[in-house]
Design a protein around this ligand. Structure first.
Ligand code: HGY
Ligand code: MN
Ligand code: MN
Length: 422
């Protein structure tokens, strides 16, 4: 019997290959590369389908299984000795924001795949199957809403409604999923919502906490909630040279009054409310025409459900009371309640981190993640690693190869642990 107490408690796992993991990040970053060194890879656009196909090629080289479900989530599978048991799954997303970086999302996919490869190379058998997944359309940038694939998988979103959503060119999610399936014709069909023993997602932190603290591994305790709105102000196009102020229905002027009122309302002393207007469109967008229509988005996040309720409910009256000559419509997208990760998965992450020499700092997520949806149905948790200056949704987003490898290592250890538990 070993005299090393750690060796007795550590499940037999495999060491990940840090160089291979880094090379794969660089290969993926070529798909949709931007001149400023970032990535622009809209969900299930040409470059995102290439990213799926690249992962599929690596999976086939290893002899792993491949399957796609009805909402376009892709699963790479390493069988277990009890192959009908529900899998232990890890992964994230491959789509990006328009000015995205090289790590948001794809790190979690590549960490999961690296874990499966390392475990396979080491010849380690697991009782339950292991899967690495790409959840479809996490960012919600091409198709609304975001965390779409995991949302449908976990039953938070309705499949038929979601497949009917369209991008700005009028292409439906259904068309895009069909294109993915054409791109990977040999993939099996995966049942939506099939049971999962546990889900664990690796992600860059997208904030400064780990870097500031000099820590490498964060054990995520939860995700703040969010409410998102689409506002449309409808006025009347008119001649810029001839129309007096008293006769104008200027959608821009009224939208600006709404935006200013909203910024006041969401300005909290603690600086916890995250309020963003990231889209603002003036139509018809012509210099000599009084704007007849303005569309803008609201993205509001907070850790507490009562604040989400109270402040979020102020959006509609704030907009209506500033609409004078114009009409206003307010549509709310599906809400995300705050999520708490506890029990099986975070405990396994913390244990794995400690056995590898990391304290495993507890950390809360300001960003949304697919794990938040999965946690509503299955045991779930997340591992964070630092990113430079906490910068994300930015082409300069950066992370250290050694930190990425540490995160992938924790994923590998957690997968082996959870796949072999009784
Ligand atoms: O918006 C988010 O939090 C995520 O990055 N999609
Ligand atoms: Mn992400
Ligand atoms: Mn993101």
């Amino acid at each position: 019997m070993s005299r090393d107490p750690i060796a007795r408690t550590r499940p037999r796992s495999a060491d990940v290959d840090a160089d291979r993991l880094w090379r794969r990040h660089l290969e993926m970053a070529r798909l949709g590369a931007t001149p400023k060194g970032g990535v622009n890879r809209p969900a299930l656009g040409e470059k995102d389908i290439e990213a799926h196909a690249l992962l599929a090629t690596w999976a086939r080289q290893r002899g792993f299984g491949l399957a796609i479900d009805d909402i376009g989530n892709m699963f790479v599978r390493r069988p277990g000795t009890a192959d009908d048991a529900a899998p232990v799954v890890s992964g994230s997303h491959s789509d990006t924001q328009p000015t995205g970086g090289r790590f948001d999302g794809i790190f979690g996919v590549l960490a999961a795949f690296e874990a499966l490869e390392a475990i396979d190379e080491a010849g380690i058998e697991t009782r339950r199957p292991l899967e690495a997944t790409i959840w479809n359309n996490e960012e919600g940038s091409r198709f609304v809403p975001g965390t779409m694939g995991s949302g449908v998988y976990a039953g938070r979103l309705v499949l038929a409604d979601t497949l009917a959503a369209v991008d700005r060119e009028g292409i439906t999610v259904a068309d895009a999923v069909a294109a993915l399936k054409r791109g990977i014709p040999d993939a099996d069909v995966r049942a939506l919502g099939a049971p999962i023993t546990a889900f664990v997602e690796a992600h860059i932190e997208q904030g400064p906490v780990l870097e500031d603290a000099g820590e490498v591994i964060g054990v995520v305790t939860g995700i703040q909630g969010s409410r998102k709105f689409h506002i449309e102000v409808i006025g009347e196009e008119a001649h810029a040279g001839t129309t007096a102020r008293r006769h104008r229905k200027d959608a821009f002027v009224e939208a600006v009054a709404m935006v200013n009122a909203l910024h006041e309302i969401f300005h909290d002393a603690e600086d916890l409310a995250r309020f963003t207007i990231g889209q603002f469109e003036i139509l018809p967008g012509a210099r000599a025409v009084v704007p007849g229509r303005v569309k803008f988005s609201i993205d509001f996040r907070h850790p507490e459900i009562s604040v989400l309720d109270d402040l979020g409910d102020k959006v509609e009256p704030a907009c209506r009371s500033r609409a004078r000559a114009c009409e206003v419509t307010i549509d709310e997208l599906p809400r995300s309640a705050p999520v708490a990760f506890s029990g099986l998965v975070p405990d396994a992450i913390e244990a794995a981190a400690r056995l590898r020499g990391y304290p495993g700092r507890r950390i809360f997520s300001g960003a949304l993640h697919d794990a938040g949806n999965l946690a509503r149905q299955f045991p779930a948790g997340m591992v964070f690693v630092p990113c430079e200056r906490g910068l994300s949704h930015n082409e300069a987003e950066n992370a250290k190869p050694s930190d990425l490898a540490a995160g992938a290592q924790v994923i590998a250890d957690v997968l082996v642990d959870l796949a072999n538990r009784d």
